[in-house]
Design a protein. Structure first.
Length: 305
């Protein structure tokens, strides 16, 4: 099996990929951008892609979501949530640093430290934390904000550890494949969707949320993204607890299909965290839905129940 991932080598993406069970024996090829990774999957050049999708502090990696919302369909087959630890890597002492480089998300996560400790340094954006570290090693910039293992890989001393503004920061990465059957349910799964609602229809989003709520499906994330068709035209990216194989999820998807302009299924896959799944209200468990469906089948078959 071959993976493409957001490179270069030494990024947080590569570190997260090493934790993915499906990638344990796979070959991994770094690529320079998220669209390049996902297009390689679409063209069949690799079996799977691995990219960041969300950070607990800075929110969505919009390019990943936009690639999933548009373009040829892909599905998510798994996720890894990686704690993010940042360091200041440089051959120079902090008081001699005039320029700092890193990925925009890393810079945002260390904004407070940089403002407090390096108020006069000029900040530059790089394509990745690993690229920033390499450019520092090459003498282009004075310092990089990166992971400890990235600094070590390019031979940069660490001038300050744990410089992130939020010590609990994590980044979520997704394992993306061409459309295929989802992994088996685990009881603690996520289903990701994109729903396209009719333009200028009063209550359209409320109707979408109602289809989930009345079936006891917990919505863990919702985000609007422009479709590119015209100003004010949006699609909604949703993460819901549950699996495609669940009876209540199946009913919800059929309901969304009926009321939305379009629905794009983006996969059902195991959650990578220790949170217990939210229990549905009484009468809205998957077992209750299955029991009700069996009861209806018996009515249709015999007229008695």
């Amino acid at each position: 099996m071959e993976f493409a991932y957001l490179g270069p080598r030494g990024t947080f993406t590569e570190a997260a990929l090493r934790r993915l069970p499906a990638a344990k024996t796979a070959t991994a090829t770094p690529m320079s951008s998220i669209p390049e990774v996902l297009d390689a999957v679409r063209r069949g050049e690799v079996d799977a892609g691995f990219v960041p999708i969300e950070n607990s502090q800075e929110g969505t990696v919009t390019v990943t979501v936009d690639e999933l919302v548009g373009g040829d369909p892909l599905v998510i087959a798994g996720e890894i949530v990686l704690p993010v630890t940042m360091v200041l890597a440089s051959h120079k002492a902090p008081d001699a640093i005039a320029t700092v480089a890193s990925h925009p998300h890393a810079l945002a996560q260390t904004r407070g430290y940089l403002r407090r400790e390096l108020p006069n340094a000029v900040v530059h954006q790089a394509l990745s934390t690993a690229q920033a570290a390499q450019r520092v090693a090459d003498g282009e910039f004075d310092a990089a904000v990166c992971a400890p293992f990235t600094a070590e890989a390019v031979g940069l001393p660490v001038q300050a550890f744990n410089i992130g503004d939020n010590p609990s920061a994590v980044t979520r990465f997704v394992h993306v494949v061409r459309p295929a059957a989802p992994p088996e349910p685990t009881g603690n799964d996520i289903t990701s969707l994109v729903v396209y609602i009719e333009h200028d229809q009063v209550g359209a989003l409320l109707n979408v949320l109602t289809e989930l709520a009345i079936r006891g499906i917990n919505l863990t994330r919702i985000e609007s993204r422009p479709t590119g068709e015209a100003l004010g035209r949006y699609a909604f990216f949703l993460d819901c607890t549950g699996h495609l194989a669940d009876a209540r999820m199946g009913e919800a998807l059929m309901g969304l299909r009926r009321i939305c302009a379009d629905v794009r299924y983006l996969g059902s896959y195991p959650r990578d965290n220790a949170d217990r799944p939210v229990q549905p209200p009484q009468g809205l468990s998957d077992a209750a839905f299955s029991d009700a469906a069996a009861w209806l089948d018996s009515l249709r078959g015999t007229g008695n129940a």
